[in-house]
Design a protein around this ligand. Structure first.
Ligand code: SF4
Length: 486
């Protein structure tokens, strides 16, 4: 018995008018459906138009036909260049893959003088200097960094608190610049720091070497200090003083901030945004907690669910829209990243919104002890005793061995949204990403069961919201266009 029908049963003739190009669809609301194709073009169609379209009954004179043709959902006898254009857009969307790893994270020290109960990296007390990276380990990590073919290299120092091992930061920056005289890459440095220990000398070094600062700011003083305890209970004041000092020495746009949502943040999203506006940041990244480190031990991660976080997020987004309508230019950065995928042919460098996943091939982590991990989350998992995503050690392995480690290749292949169960048929797949480490951590396998995945639930709700808001309100559509970042 033949398992498959003959080839002609799958081919469509253009004589009948048009043929369908590959697409996914889902009901948005009411009678409206959202259609997407592999390059991320999307379209909203009424149910009747969708039915006419798939049954080849759509007349070329209709608006739906024109839009479907323009966005590469159908091919007719006039569409000479359609397949070539589609291929070009597909290449553009995936062009980052050819560059391989651009972000190299150096864990300068696991020590920290803060004691945040939601800490995802399981920091160590600040006198435990055995948790510092040594120059010998940094040398090996730098050799691996420059083995990546990426034309842009960003070295990000993380911790713990990397300023507790600032001599190592200085060593890496100076050595990387020396090596780059040979390699000629577009080289950038970032220090992720709570700024509590920043000094004029540190900032003078950052100025000389054009180092960017990324800090943490969870909202108004009482909330920030509750989330981020340290001796003296003055984390917020130190962060604000540090931001002002860094801005005055390095320039306003050289300093950015990140927030983390805890149970105590829920219900306070407007105050949190107001604090960012007060401190003249151009936007905010409303981030949920991740299931790693002390965030799990202290039960901070399980203190709220995806629905509670989404309510917080959407209230924040609506408030930001209002601020813009009142003349205050401000954006939400996660929405910006997604909108860039929705409204342009370009992919994103943001690890959580990439497919194949960004672990290893987008960003890689050199831990203080020389172990190499596929992502920041992978090393957080390792600090919890699970070294599944350890790719090797800088002292023992070559770049080729690390980047072709079975655990990395298997995770990339199995989690690819173009073929993963549910994702491959999801209308929002072109906007989404794969997070194999999150799904391994929460569900025990790198693919994940998407109906039970908080990652999927959060993303799908945000995709629906953004598409619906742009359909309903031309002013919001235009505002969101202004948030695009390429
Ligand atoms: S994770 Fe969810 S939203 Fe993302 S592509 Fe898969 S099914 Fe769609």
């Amino acid at each position: 018995m033949n398992k498959f029908q003959a080839l002609e049963n799958f081919s469509e003739s253009l004589d009948s008018g048009y043929s369908l190009l590959p697409f996914n669809f889902t009901r948005l609301d009411g009678d409206d459906y959202v259609l997407t194709n592999m390059v991320g073009e999307y379209l909203i169609l009424a149910r009747d138009d969708l039915q006419d379209f798939v049954k080849h009954r759509l007349a070329p004179s209709t608006e739906a036909y024109v839009c479907l043709k323009a966005k590469h959902f159908l091919l007719d006898l006039d569409s000479n260049a359609a397949i070539d254009l589609l291929a070009l857009k597909a290449r553009t969307k995936f062009e980052r893959l050819a560059n391989l790893t651009g972000l190299h994270v150096f864990v300068a020290s696991l020590r920290c003088e803060h004691a945040c109960p939601y800490c995802q990296v399981s920091r160590q007390s600040d006198d435990a200097s055995r948790f510092d990276m040594s120059p010998a380990t940094a040398d090996k990590a730098l050799a691996l960094t420059f083995s990546s073919p990426s034309p842009t290299i960003k070295i990000e120092f993380q911790g713990g608190e990397p300023l507790l091992n600032f001599p190592l930061v200085q060593y890496v920056v100076e050595r990387a610049k020396m090596l780059n005289a040979l390699h000629g890459r577009d080289l950038q440095f970032v220090i992720a720091t709570n700024l509590a220990l920043v000094t004029d000398e540190i900032l003078a070094f950052c100025k000389t070497h054009e180092i960017l600062i990324s800090t943490s700011l969870d909202g108004p003083a009482d909330l920030h200090n509750k989330n981020r305890p340290r001796p003296g209970n003055d984390s917020h004041q130190r962060a604000v003083d540090g931001i002002n000092m860094a801005r005055s020495r390095l320039g306003r746009n050289r300093v950015s901030a990140l927030m983390t949502t805890t149970k105590a943040s829920l219900g306070r999203v407007r105050e949190i945004i107001d604090e960012y506006v007060r401190l003249e940041f151009p936007g905010i990244f409303l981030r949920p907690l991740s299931p790693y480190g002390f965030a799990v031990k202290t039960k901070y991660y399980s203190a709220y669910n995806a629905d509670e976080w989404l309510a917080f997020y959407f209230e924040g987004l609506e408030y930001i829209i209002q601020l813009n309508q009142n003349g205050i230019a401000f954006r939400e950065f996660y929405a910006s990243l997604i909108l860039s995928k929705m409204l342009t042919p370009f992919g994103t460098g943001f690890v959580d919104l990439r497919s194949p996943a960004g672990i290893g091939i987008g960003a890689i982590v050199y831990n203080y002890d020389g172990d190499v991990y596929a992502s920041d989350e992978s090393r957080m998992l390792a600090e919890m005793g699970d070294k599944t995503f350890r790719l090797g050690n800088v002292h023992n392995n070559t770049w080729e061995e690390i980047i072709t480690a079975d655990v990395l290749l298997d995770a990339l292949e199995s989690s690819y949204t173009g073929s993963a169960p549910m994702c491959s048929e999801c209308a929002f797949e072109p906007f989404c990403g794969a997070d194999p480490v999150f799904h391994y951590r929460t569900q025990g396998d790198t693919v994940g069961n998407k109906p039970n995945s908080a990652f999927c639930k959060r993303n799908m709700a945000i995709f629906r919201y953004l598409v619906s808001r742009m359909r309903e309100d031309a002013a919001v559509h235009s505002l969101f266009r202004g948030w695009i970042r390429i």
